[in-house]
Design a protein around this ligand. Sequence first.
Ligand code: HEM
Ligand code: SF4
Length: 571
Amino acid sequence: MGDEKYLGPLVVEGKLVDAERLKKESNYLRGGIAEDLNDGLTGGFNGDNFLLIRFHGMYQQDDRDIRAERAEQKLDARHAMMLRCRLPGGIMTPTQWLAIDKFAADNTIYGSIRLTNRQTFQFHGILKGNVKPAHQMLHEVGLDALATANDVNRNVLSSSNPIESELHQEAYEWAKKLSEHLLPQTRAYAEIWLDQEKVATTDVEPILGETYLPRKFKTTVVVPPHNDVDLHANDMNFIAIAENSKLIGFNLLVGGGLSIDHGNKATYARTATEFGYLPLEKILDVAAAVVTTQRDWGNRTDRKNAKTKYTLERVGPDVFKAEVERRAGITFEPTRPYALTTRGERFGWVKGIDNKWHLTLFIENGRILDYPGRLLKTGLAEIAKIHQGDFRLTANQNLIVAGVPESEKENIEQLAVLHSLMENVSHQRENSMACVAFPTCPLAMAEAERFLPEFVTRVEGILTQHGVGDEHIVLRVTGCPNGCGRALLAEIGLVGKAPGRYNLHLGGNRIGTRIPRMYRENINEEQILATLDELIGRWSQEREVDEGFGDFTIRAGVVKPVLDPTRDFWE
Ligand code: HEM
Ligand code: SF4
């Protein structure tokens, strides 16, 4: 990020990608979705609608475990939708929980609820006929799936540690306001899914524009010292700054992002750049200014170069920042001091400043389902029936039963214990995460969610063998280089390459402020474990006091740190 770099043009000229045509012709995201819904001949959405439904929170998928078999039988793939809710800050009520619990059981192929690592939930396996009822069910309980995928500002995250301070509540309120401020204004969602009346098209999109953003866009609100939202994976991040425990403003960090493309050296993971401090009352203007600058300057000729991180590098962070200042009518003050010291959860009961109790539950892979002998889904529904507070989804795919009065604590705990929701797991397991990948994700190259549990067991074995069984290493697996599992902010990151094969990245840190470097390419599980065995052995012997594994791999020269990803990410 040095000065001598060539700074590219503000706007990239050239042939627009097809996604741009599609957005433009969609009449503000309507396309032919409504007509397609009534086409019972196919289980999927066709033509442009296949991509347009993403703006309405859905991906069309098929079960990849049975894809080949169906093709052999000359059958179409069994199409079904994944539907993702909008849930700023990850907070929902017990009534909402019970509604989604029932819907998953009655109307989805897999019967599960998947908590995602962006503080929301998604259903997998909704057949076309059940899509509209899904949106209507969400609407009835005050939720929606608007703008949770595709080229818009997606679900807004906020640090989820519950009612630990008034700051958390305020951060949540800002996450909600940001989400609403940046939502698409089109009435398409209400017309198509909620049967609301069509009004003569008067749609305008003052912030997103008629062709929306060049690429997905992600926002967080962070309450230091917790970096549980993993801010560096996101385009726009507001770090709460307090004075005498009162929120007074935010530091803004722009241009984080993890997605890469195997072997494409023009792609890289990047941490976000500090722009400076802004007072509270400017947050919505500044947010709109960042989004519109990216809207106007983002590269619409190449989707692999379209995210804010690339725009920032092309025009230069200072140029981007000056444009945001101009559009928002603000001059950023220097970044105020802040410290991030943790990223994980504090499992079990924590008492808040409001004297209520909050129970953080570990949910492996965020997958809520009744397993033989472990009725997680039933257990959470039973809790929802008596719970007087709310549920908070964390950015690590876990769940907080928040706001429990003293008088109810024992009842909730009994239900949690009865349904195996409070089982003891190792710190290693608590700090491990995977994306969905097979069987539903069409982009998966290797297993992730199904691979992780057993793999963690083997890593636990290695830690124990080296006498560090109580320690943990932030470990993440992502089924392809798109990076949904945030492996490129882990201490050990596995990025899927092909079935059973991964690239191994090392050198991230515990708090998520450093990108790990590729250490071995395209290796299998046995090779990964052998490498880890050697390195964890060294760490256990040679580490300094409290030195994390990632920091050790950098200090010991196992990997070099990524300093300027535009130059050295692939070195
Ligand atoms: C080019 C980039 C990306 C593409 C095309 C992409 C696409 C997808 C698809 C198709 C799914 C659905 C998988 C399923 O549920 O079956 C998914 C899930 C998800 N993605 Fe991405 N993704 C990208 C990058 C990212 C990144 C960088 C993040 C976050 C840092 C992210 C966060 C998520 C989350 C939270 C889920 C839900 C499942 C989970 O928690 O693992 N995605 N993505
Ligand atoms: S990282 Fe790849 S495999 Fe995993 S959910 Fe995202 S797109 Fe699918």
